[in-house]
Design a protein around this ligand. Structure first.
Ligand code: GLC
Length: 396
C-alpha cells in the first residue's frame, strides 16, 4: 500500500466512526465507561440579553490573552482592552511549576485591569477540567504536550486567585472557569439560538454540545476518541508523545501534531528531529507557497489534512446523531481554531464529510467560524454565573 493510501478513510469507515462517536456519548451520559470525559460546564445557553463588563482570560494551547469586554446584548459588544502573548515554551515543561505559570498569567491580567478594577473574571482554560460548579474545577490531566508541575489535581481558579493576590489584585474575582469549546458555543449562541455545538480545531481538538435534558453545556474532550483506524505513523507519534494511548483523535487532527505526522510519514533524513516540521508548513505546501517538496510529498500533506478533516466531520455527525434534533430543525456548529480558519482543505473537508454522512439533513446544518469564544463567550459565561448568583431572573 502506498503511504498516501494509509491516510485514506472509506465512507463505510466514516459512518462507523460517527456511529461509534454517538454510542460513546450515550455510554458517557449513562455513567458507563466511555472515551469521552463528558465534563459538566454548569452553564446553560444564553438568551442573548446578558450584559455587563467582564475580564476575559484565555489560556489556550499556544497563546494566552486577557481582555476587558463589555456586553450590551446581541451584537452590541465592545472589546475595551486586550493583551496577548505566546505562552513561553519553558512554562509548558515539567521543570516549570504552577506558581511560575500562574504568575505570568496574573501579570497579563494586570495589564487589562483598570485602577478601579473590580470586574468579575471569566477564565477560559483549554484543558480537561472536572468541575463541581461553574467556577471551581481541577485539572484532570494535561494535553497538547503540556507538563507543568503542580497543576494536575489542583483547583485551577484557586491557583489563579492566589497569583492575583500575590500581585495585589484582590479586586479581580474569578467567577467562572470554562473550556474553549464551551466558550465558542456560548459566543455563537449569544446571537444564534440554533447553536448546539461548539468545537475547536486549532493546536488541540475538542467539541462541546448543549444537553437539553440537563440544560447544560457538556465538554466531551473528544480529542480522546479512539474508535478509528490508525496507521504505523499514528502509532509512532502516539508512542513518542507525552501521553501515549490518550488523545488519539487529537493526535490525528490537531495543529500540535499534523506537522509531526507528516514528518514521520515523509521519513527524510534531513528532518530527523522530532517536531522539526510544524503544521504551518503543511499549509504552505498545500497552498503552493513552499515549493521545496515534490508532488508526491505534497500529495501526502493533502491526504493527512483531508483525513483530519474527515475525522472531525465524522465526529460532528456522531454528536448530531446523539442530539437527535428534529429532522428539519436548524442546527449550527460553531468552530474556532487556526486549522479551521487557515488550513487549506480543512473546513471544506469537514463540510463535505457532513454532507455525505448527514444526507438530506445536511441542509439544516450550518458549520461556521466563531473566533470570539475567549472574549464574548467567556464574558457571556461570567454574566450567566452572576445572574444565577444574584438569584436574579434571567432576562427573557
Ligand atoms: C485539548 C484539551 C481540550 C481543549 C482542546 C482545544 O484537547 O484537552 O480541553 O478544548 O485541546 O483547545
Amino acid at each position: 500500500m502506498c503511504i498516501v493510501d494509509k491516510f485514506k478513510l472509506s465512507q463505510i469507515e466514516l459512518r462507523q466512526i460517527a456511529a461509534d462517536c454517538c454510542r460513546q456519548i450515550e455510554c458517557g451520559a449513562n455513567g458507563q465507561p466511555s472515551c469521552f470525559k463528558m465534563l459538566q460546564s454548569y452553564l446553560p445557553l444564553p438568551t442573548g440579553k446578558e450584559v455587563g463588563r467582564y475580564i476575559a482570560l484565555d489560556f489556550g494551547g499556544t497563546n494566552m490573552r486577557a481582555l476587558l469586554v463589555e456586553l450590551n446584548g446581541g451584537a452590541h459588544i465592545s472589546i475595551i482592552k486586550s493583551v496577548a502573548h505566546k505562552i513561553p515554551v519553558q512554562l509548558m515543561k515539567s521543570n516549570a511549576n504552577a506558581q511560575q505559570l500562574f504568575e505570568v498569567i496574573a501579570m497579563m491580567v494586570a495589564k487589562v485591569a483598570t485602577e478601579q478594577g473590580g470586574y468579575p473574571l471569566a477564565h477560559t482554560f483549554s484543558f480537561p477540567v472536572s468541575q463541581i460548579n461553574a467556577n471551581q474545577g481541577v485539572l484532570v490531566e494535561w494535553t497538547k504536550e503540556f507538563a507543568t508541575a503542580g497543576v494536575v489535581g489542583q483547583c485551577v481558579n484557586t491557583l489563579l486567585e492566589q497569583a492575583l493576590l500575590l500581585l495585589g489584585m484582590d479586586n479581580i474575582r474569578p467567577v467562572v472557569l470554562l473550556s474553549d469549546t464551551v466558550a465558542t458555543l456560548l459566543a455563537a449562541a449569544y446571537t444564534d439560538s440554533n447553536t448546539l455545538i461548539g468545537s475547536i480545531c486549532g493546536t488541540g481538538h475538542n467539541t462541546a454540545f448543549y444537553d437539553r435534558n440537563h440544560n447544560m453545556i457538556i465538554n466531551l474532550e473528544s480529542g480522546n476518541f479512539n474508535f478509528m483506524p490508525s496507521n504505523e505513523y499514528d502509532l509512532q507519534l502516539d508512542a513518542a508523545s507525552s501521553n501515549p494511548g490518550r488523545q488519539r483523535l487529537e493526535k490525528m487532527v490537531a495543529g500540535r501534531y499534523l506537522g509531526e505526522l507528516f514528518r514521520l510519514a515523509l521519513a527524510r533524513a534531513d528532518f530527523s528531529e522530532p517536531f522539526a516540521l510544524d503544521t504551518q508548513l503543511l499549509s504552505d505546501i498545500i497552498s503552493g507557497q513552499d515549493i521545496r517538496f515534490s508532488v508526491a510529498e505534497r500529495e501526502l500533506a493533502v491526504s493527512i489534512v483531508q483525513r483530519a478533516a474527515s475525522l472531525v466531520g465524522a465526529s460532528y455527525a456522531g454528536v448530531l446523531l446523539y442530539l437527535n434534533v428534529d429532522k428539519e430543525q436548524l442546527c449550527s456548529i460553531a468552530v474556532d481554531g487556526s486549522l479551521y480558519e487557515k488550513m487549506p482543505l480543512y473546513a471544506q473537508g469537514i463540510q463535505s464529510t457532513l454532507d455525505i454522512l448527514c444526507g438530506e439533513r445536511a441542509k439544516y446544518i450550518r458549520v461556521f467560524a466563531e473566533n470570539r469564544g475567549s472574549s464574548v463567550g467567556a464574558a457571556v459565561a461570567a454574566a450567566l454565573v452572576e445572574i444565577a448568583a444574584q438569584g436574579k431572573e434571567r432576562p427573557c
